[in-house]
Design a protein around this ligand. Structure first.
Ligand SMILES: Cc1cc2nc3c(=O)[nH]c(=O)nc-3n(C[C@H](O)[C@H](O)[C@H](O)COP(=O)(O)OP(=O)(O)OC[C@H]3O[C@@H](n4cnc5c(N)ncnc54)[C@H](O)[C@@H]3O)c2cc1C
Length: 459
């Protein structure tokens, strides 16, 4: 769009309109993953819900490709598009904590760190992820796996309702009581059904926890994975810990002799009685002497933001994901093989436990299908230098291919790249047909298609 066309549109919006000729264009089109470089025709930084409605109407009327940007963290960059219109929600920052009902109302452009900050003051937390810079919108709509998953379920299991701008420009509320089919689909179905301008979450009494990373030498990997697999299967649900292969960053908090060493790490979060924390961690520390132990009392928002500095915006990212029912000794052997070959210092592989509360939600209750899976794996090639991309992509693909035969057959949509329809189908399995029906009802022309796309069911 040229400057004159954009000028004519300005009267329709309270928020900022940014086109290719505007000074802020390059900053506004940038997303978290620097591998993504798209040039939309227009970015609307919505000031309110009316702006969201106007932007959706404009895209529909002018037949513009429409992307919706929450936190902009999506791996394949699905918060931005080439040549179309971006509904940027980053100005929608309202958060209201209701102490009485422990519910938390969050506007569509918030990041999780902002929610943590707001709820911590009231001794509450909403189950989210493992990083504070991720957007509430994308993370929630895809499911939401994090430190509180074993105890309180996925983020969607704590979602009480949403306000959504639909493809026809109407704003509706969806909850168990209202537009229940839409509410079912939105809990896991991603941004396929509309623009969520506001989320209502259930908060939980989590304020200060006992947590942080414990590192072991990389050659302990297979033994540690077997220990952790068995421990986390039976552990009380107030203990969570995810496994990772990593490289110790070259920063002063780590002893110089360990910096840049490849290691395995479990990052813990215990929300139980603080007086019992040391006893709860005794078997973990007794497993084998850690290389470094940073686990202790910590405010929940600090734990949530522990890795923010290590992964700033602007790095190159390539992800592959799968769910697993179990972690066989053969699979562990392969993990070790590829874990020892992390291609760059930022590259990593994580396995998140999703048993406990998340696993007790019946599969048909939300669009998120893999409720029986015990683990979510994500293989992540990351580096500041674009020249490393072929190397980190090849490693991630090879690693994923080696482990995929042991998987449940589909991955977490929030941790996939743009991998095509078959992979989206595999991610939803037997929920896919119902999702396509709901899509037909609420977005029959597939206006919302810059996402892990579910096409409307055929007439
Ligand atoms: C460093 C990093 C750490 C991560 N950690 C975790 C984690 O711990 N747990 C976890 O579960 N996931 C995690 N993720 C994955 C994350 O959930 C996805 O990348 C998610 O898509 C990010 O959401 P966003 O709003 O920031 O992204 P965006 O790029 O803004 O959007 C992603 C998708 O969601 C849609 N969308 C976003 N907001 C809305 C909205 N309000 N209404 C409608 N559609 C919307 C967009 O259209 C797009 O399709 C992480 C990602 C990164 C890069």
């Amino acid at each position: 769009m040229n400057a004159t066309e954009i000028q004519e549109l300005r009267a329709r919006f309270r928020g900022e309109l940014i086109g290719p000729d505007d000074a802020g264009y390059d900053a506004a089109r940038k997303v978290y993953n620097a591998m993504i470089d798209r040039r939309p025709a227009l970015i609307v930084k919505c000031a309110d819900v009316a702006d969201v409605i106007a932007a959706v109407n404009l895209a529909r009327e002018k037949k513009l490709l429409l992307a919706v940007r929450g936190g902009g963290h999506n791996g394949p960059g699905l918060g931005v598009c080439d040549g179309g219109l971006v509904v940027d929600l980053s100005r929608l920052k309202g958060i209201r904590v209701d102490q009485q009902s422990r519910s938390v109302r969050v506007e569509g452009g918030c990041l999780w760190g902002e929610v943590d900050h707001a709820t911590h003051a009231f001794g509450l937390a909403v189950p989210s992820g493992f990083l504070s810079t991720t957007g509430v919108g994308g993370l929630t709509l895809g499911g939401g796996i994090g430190y509180l998953t074993r105890q309180y379920g996925l983020t969607i299991d704590n979602l009480l309702g949403v306000d959504v701008v639909l493809a026809d420009g109407r704003l509706v509320t969806a909850s168990v009581e209202e537009n229940a089919d839409l509410f079912w689909a939105i809990r896991g179905g991603g941004g396929n059904f509309g623009v969520v301008t506001s989320f209502l979450f259930r908060g939980h009494p989590v304020q200060n926890v006992y947590g942080g990373p414990i590192f072991w030498p990389i050659d302990k990997g297979p033994e540690l994975l077997r220990f952790w697999r068995d421990f986390i299967e039976k552990a009380p649900e107030d203990i969570n810990g995810w496994f990772g292969y990593a490289t110790v960053p070259p920063v002063p908090m780590f002893p110089a002799e360990h910096q840049m060493k490849k290691v395995c790490v479990i990052t813990w979060c215990y929300t139980g009685d603080p007086a019992k924390a040391e006893a709860a961690f005794k078997p973990i520390r007794a497993f084998s002497p850690p290389l470094m132990d940073f686990c202790g009392p910590i405010p929940f928002p600090v734990l949530q933001s522990l890795f923010d500095g290590l992964y700033p915006a602007g790095l190159q990212w390539y992800w592959k994901a799968d769910f697993f029912q179990d972690l066989s000794d053969k699979a562990i052997e392969l993990h070790q093989k590829y874990g020892e070959r992390l291609p760059t210092p930022h590259s990593t592989m994580h396995i998140y436990p999703i048993n406990g509360a998340a696993g007790r939600v019946p599969k048909g209750d939300t669009a998120f299908s893999f409720r029986e899976a015990k683990f979510a794996e994500v293989i992540v090639g990351v580096d500041p230098d674009p020249a490393s991309n072929p190397r980190l992509m090849q490693w991630a693909k090879d690693y994923w291919l080696a482990l995929h035969p042991f998987s449940s057959g589909g991955g977490y949509i929030n941790m996939m790249m743009d991998e095509g329809e078959d992979n989206v189908k595999a991610a939803y399995r037997d929920n896919f047909a119902r999702l396509a029906q709901v899509k037909k009802t609420y977005d029959p022309t597939n206006l919302f298609r810059v996402n892990q796309n579910i096409k409307p069911a055929a007439a």
